[in-house]
Design a protein around this ligand. Structure first.
Ligand code: ZN
Length: 653
């Protein structure tokens, strides 16, 4: 008997650490394992870049805190030290001093006097002092950043009307650069390039600063800003190169190296095009300046890296859906005028993450669709992946945590969810991504942006409803995607429970629903509750509110009816109908129900945010120094891993 793998790591503050398994690693041959190993090293070497992007003092603060953690000679059980450790763990998790999700500055949870006392007891050589700097000067610089809530309060400020560049403390712009200056700078770059149909990603890989009153970009490249980290990334990419699985993959890696050396954004576009076209290899990766959510102007990309392995078996699922895309389009309940004559599904690959780095670590996305350049996507398409081993880790961790026991109406429904919940979740995601978004068409002359601010919610509702409708189709069982005609009921129940009740736990009291996916789920659930009282209702048991599904087949009719309407709205560009639907069902929350759900959730004491501990890869070498085997280990703790990364991937930035 093998050991039982433990998905659950430690819990602190509002965070739960998880572990993920990489079963597909064992299917790789030695050459592929070497490729994966070096790409993994390249993903880890970019860590410090992200820390610096998230805030100018983050790396020094990390070094300071780690020194105290390792060398503090005092009482390590006292309340202050424990508060300090929790703070350090949160800083590690956020890759900086601001919360990874809310972007608010983390509260230290211990007094500055404790840190001062601790620092005086630590040998000077272990402190991150600059040349000639005294401890006193170090504290003067870093203590306000750590302890004063008014200094750098928010990493990313998106409040309309503020100068977003000046009020965001991320490190993408020099301290004296204003929003209008930055906007004008990039508008001018675009004008100078003329009306090109293939614009580069302006500003993607640089910090914008002022030198003697003039705006200049400090480009992130070898020999430039972040050069010391990028040299290491490049070294590992070059070691990966000879083990590439095919010629195109070689080209991808070589062009990426070229981009890191030059910082040239046209080279970056060339690289992403080659990357999109490379679909033959089992091992794939993302490495570079990728997502722009962390920049208030949405131009500058945070560094991220990960490596994945194709899960062939699970990818059959998405391949089957794509191959039958036309059948699904032809049989959908929407008006024939709004259907596509020729429909091509998107093949989303299901992969296993092998290592997570940069902005994907420790908190990670579970689905990734790249590249982000609009014209590259339009002309060359995109690659979409679902990271199956991370979703599996989430669902394993959720087992027995008490959440379903608290909110599901009865034991029968509960065991149905335990049996079919995960297979249904995966399938619904695939239907949504591979078919839902790509289905349907606009009537001629209808503006794709006609829905304006309601566009995202309507589009997500359309994709979700398409998936919901087909989950209950006999075709799912015939294609081998669901085990039986009962399974879909598990998903219908959990979808309604989430939309009507449990997703509210993520909304603060007194607030409304803002995020498009959440609005869409509320819209579908509350519209259905309102229009189909014989299919679903709210039930009260022992002072608690539950969702009760009375008729699953009728629920499907409800979804079909709403899909028909939502597709009509989209196809005709009926803004007013979209507005009414979203405003009526998608936004508002009943205050007393909200309070009840939050109270029940709080009593479960679950961490709202989760992140992952990476596996560790070690190599054996033969007498020539060539790798003769690669091993994977899962035993490392969160703290061990963070300290090791700081030690082994220190880039002296
Ligand atoms: Zn979507």
């Amino acid at each position: 008997m093998g050991e039982v793998f433990c998905f659950i790591g430690e819990r602190f503050a509002d965070l739960q650490m998880l572990r993920y398994q990489v079963p597909c690693f064992e299917n790789l041959n030695l050459r592929q394992k070497k490729l994966l190993y070096y790409l993994g090293e390249a993903a880890l070497w970019g860590r410090d870049i992200l820390w610096d992007q998230n805030g100018a003092y983050n790396l020094r603060i990390r070094r300071l805190l780690e020194s105290v953690f390792v060398y503090y000679p005092g009482d390590r059980e006292c309340e202050e030290f424990r508060g300090f450790v929790t703070y350090l763990k949160r800083v590690w998790f956020s890759n900086g001093i601001h919360h990874h999700y809310s972007y608010d500055k983390l509260e230290p949870g211990f007094p500055s006097s404790f840190l001062h006392e601790a620092l005086t007891q630590i040998p000077k050589e272990y402190l991150p002092l600059c040349e000639g700097e005294s401890l006193d000067a170090l504290e003067k610089t870093l203590f306000p950043v750590i302890f004063d809530p008014d200094v750098m309060p928010k990493r990313l400020n998106q409040k309309d009307g503020d100068d977003l560049v000046e009020t965001s403390s991320c490190n993408y712009y020099g301290a004296d650069v204003t929003q209008s200056e930055a906007e004008e700078f990039y508008a001018r770059q675009k004008r100078m390039d003329g009306d090109t149909r293939r614009p580069v990603m302006y500003g993607l890989n640089s910090r914008l600063e002022k030198t003697e009153g003039t705006l200049v970009e400090r480009v992130w490249r070898c020999g430039g800003m972040y050069g010391s980290a990028l040299e290491h990334v490049v070294e590992m990419l070059e070691k990966a190169l000879p083990h590439a699985e095919n010629e195109r993959q070689k080209e991808v890696i070589a062009t990426l190296v070229d981009f890191y050396r030059t910082g040239d954004l046209e080279t970056f576009d060339r690289y992403t095009i080659q990357w999109v076209k490379e679909t033959e290899g089992d091992v794939d990766f993302v490495n570079g300046f990728t997502e722009v959510y962390g920049d208030p102007l949405g131009l500058k990309a945070s560094w991220e890296g990960y490596v994945n392995i194709l899960d062939n078996e699970a990818s059959d699922r998405t391949r089957i859906l794509s191959d039958h895309a036309q059948w699904f389009e032809d049989h959908s309940p929407v008006d024939a005028r709004f259907r596509k004559d020729v429909c091509r599904g998107v093949t989303a690959r299901v992969v296993e993450a092998a290592i997570l780095g940069g902005d994907l670590y420790p908190s990670s996305a579970i689905g990734i669709n790249l590249p982000n350049s609009n014209w590259v996507r339009a002309e060359h398409g995109s690659k979409s992946v679902t990271i199956g081993n991370l979703t599996h880790a989430y669902s394993q961790a959720a087992r027995g945590n008490g959440f379903r026991q608290e909110f599901v109406v009865d034991g029968e429904t509960l065991s149905m969810l335990d049996r079919y919940g995960e297979v249904c979740d995966n399938l619904h995601t695939d239907l949504h991504e591979c078919l839902g978004h790509g289905s349907g068409r606009l009537l001629p002359g209808v503006d794709a942006d006609a829905m304006k601010a309601y566009g995202n919610t309507i589009e997500e509702a359309r994709a979700d409803l398409f998936g919901l409708y087909y989950m209950a189709d006999l075709k799912m069982v015939e294609l081998g995607l669901l085990p039986c005609m009962e399974a879909y009921k598990a998903h219908y129940y959990s979808y309604m429970m989430n939309g009507l009740l449990t997703q509210m736990v993520r909304i603060a009291p007194g607030h409304v629903i803002e995020e498009a996916h959440m609005r869409n789920r509320a819209l579908i659930a509350y519209w259905t509750l309102d229009h189909y009282p014989r299919a679903v209702r709210m039930a009260r048991k022992e002072e608690k509110t539950y969702v009760e599904v009375l008729d699953y087949e009728m629920l499907r009719t409800a979804f079909a009816t709403l899909l028909r309407e939502v597709q009509r709205i989209k196809s005709e560009g009926d803004y007013e109908a979209a507005r009414l639907l979203v405003e009526e069902y998608g936004i508002r929350i009943d205050a007393s129900l909200h309070q009840e759900i939050r109270d029940r959730y709080q009593r479960l004491d679950l961490a709202p945010y989760k992140g992952f501990i990476n596996p560790r890869y070690t190599v054996e070498r033969d007498s020539d120094g060539e790798i003769s085997d690669v091993h994977i280990e899962y035993g490392e703790s969160y703290t061990e891993q963070m300290l090791r990364y700081s030690r082994e991937y220190d880039t002296k930035l």
